[in-house]
Design a binder for this molecule. Sequence first.
Ligand SMILES: Nc1nc2c(ncn2[C@@H]2O[C@H](COP(=O)(O)OP(=O)(O)OP(=O)(O)O)[C@@H](O)[C@H]2O)c(=O)[nH]1
Ligand SMILES: [Mg+2]
Length: 717
Amino acid sequence: MKIYQTDNVKNLVLLGNSGSGKTSIAEAMLFNGGVIDRIGTVEAGNTVSDYNKIEQETESSIYSTVLFTEYLDNKINMIDAPGADDFVGKAYTAINPSNVALMIINAQNGVEVGTEIHARALEQYAKPMVFVVNQLDHDKANFERTLENLKESFGSKVAQVQYPLNAGEDFNGIIDVITMKYYKYPVNGGAPEIIDIPAEEKDKALALHQELIEKAAENDDSLMELFFENDGLSEDEMRSGITAGLVHRDLYPVFCTSAKKNIGVRRLMEFIVKVVPRPNECNKREDTEGNIIPIDAKQPCSIFVFKTSVEDHVGEVNFFKVITGEINEGDDLINQRTQNKERLTQLFVVAGKKKEKVSKLVAGDIGAAVKLKSTRTSDTLNANGHSVQYNPVLGPTPRHRSAIRALAEADDEKLGEALNRMHEIDPSIVIEYSKELKQIIVHGQGERHFKILEWHLKNEFKLETEFYEPKIPYRETITKIAQANYKHKKQSGGSGQFGEVYMIIEPYQDGMEDPTMYKINGKEIKVSVKNKEEHDLPWGGKIVFISSIVGGSIDARFMPAILKGIMEKMEEGPLTGSYARDIRVVVYDGKMHAVDSNEISFKLAGRHAFSDAFKNAGPRVLEPIYNVEVLVPSDYMGDVMSDLQGRRAIVQGMSSEKGLEKISAKVPLAEMNKYSTSLSSISQGRAMFQMKFSEYGQVPSDLQKELLKSYQEESEE
Ligand SMILES: Nc1nc2c(ncn2[C@@H]2O[C@H](COP(=O)(O)OP(=O)(O)OP(=O)(O)O)[C@@H](O)[C@H]2O)c(=O)[nH]1
Ligand SMILES: [Mg+2]
């Protein structure tokens, strides 16, 4: 394998809805670059990219696969992402090292939810985007409608570079308005004849050519002049304008392909080599201190690990991008996180499961290393004396949760280790050991995502596991003022125990004034704040603890014990045993005994008084409420709405966004269990959603009753 310099490397990510043809396009590119001598198909399960057994079974991608091909003296690295929304975390991984995204659009369907999901992920990285309208050979392909769709969704930045001739079963031609040529393909596809644009297409082609130049010229004035001088522009002349447009995301060029017939793919690759920004023209790599680090081969070496996987017979494989300098086989680098030395005994370039050894990789290029000691995703490795740490790979916000346990109790510890490893391999799997719920909760994207997790646990870690419904982290609070007093008294042989506490509790709100007087059952109780403690609770919300003891009825040294007793109850609320929050407590009177009073006594008195007051203070169970946003084609709007209503959703707004209807609603977490699966079945996979914690809200009283009852039963047991 030849060594490629920074200027001759292109890094692509293949994005788009599931089934649009990403894996098939990658396959055609591998063929055109001579990496393979036969084009495999997803149906036959013999593509380079979908090489995992589980991908072949489902006939779709599940992992992001790193691939490379060589074309016109350039190395094109490609990462083929899965389109299914449950695996969007892999798309984030795939976008990270790439410089440009090919957003594959299925010409039968136009813009789909997967297009939106990936476009949003790409936006977070602010990377250039090229649209590839694929499947133009399909009898249901509709290029014009797809183009309209793209313009509706992505606006005037959509810049047509090509249009198809005879789209549909007889698809055999592309007019390209950069090269101003007609690419004429044999019936079964393959290499085209490149000829002059036929007379009847000339006007249309020229109009589009000019339109494109105008868009490109927004980034380059001299282009317009050249255009009028020469009655058109060459590809090289247009390059700088289009490249700048791509870099600034001012221009999204549109290409035409049939991956199946290998039509348009070579021309697309030529565009990638000639026009798409090089790694160093599009440098958005940031270190953790906010510095932008350009891709530069002349600097000391630093590499960033964007993906880690475990492969049969090989073990762990770390995929990295060289950010600065160059790395040679056998080099020692320092892992910035662990400060451990790692020797890169062998370097590889990778196309699916095929690995080819290389002696050296230069800044901007992508490669892989095996048998590193303790390196994982998002680590930076540096040459000795150099110390930079690049920002970690981004990931999606979790939107699905499940409790998990090992079927054999003896495997508990092993499960913990395996889950931590799985998180390192797939950062979109987040593990939470909930002390509160006494469960291990996994957070991720959906049931399919967890099916894959289960598969890895079983096959790689030999762990049988069960995924089951997670508990809800309820909270408790009060809604009105209540008073209680409690006397703890115990006489046992020698010294006794004595403590008595009078307290008032009330709902706490931010910014409330200090109390001066309470009226309880017609009786006025005057208070004056002697001491005030305000604590943020680790589980959210606050407790404010006020001492208004006058005349030394309780010694100040016992106050911490009273608060301790209260906190014990706050940690295990009287209603359901959940954490309590947002309560103000005023201790305003009490009694001590010169000999028998001690901390234990006041702790117990404080706890009981608090618990009694709590029960009379209009106690309520609170539940987590999430902001849920659903994007859905209008055909399914009604069904999605009525399903949401069945989930106690409160709809906050509806609007149209990019040709889809957008619903914003507040929905209790308890109602969101397996939402991704049911939304997908309601909308036949054409809707998407996101959710984010918003606030705690009161549960309806019938549900509260149920929760209390089951807590009581549980406690009695
Ligand atoms: N007719 C036709 N079919 C195509 C074309 N490209 C892909 N397909 C078929 O469409 C289906 C999906 O193709 P894939 O390449 O797996 O699509 P993908 O985008 O990788 O899908 P995911 O991995 O699920 O995200 C397969 O059956 C392909 O054979 C094309 O250009 N024309
Ligand atoms: Mg695929």
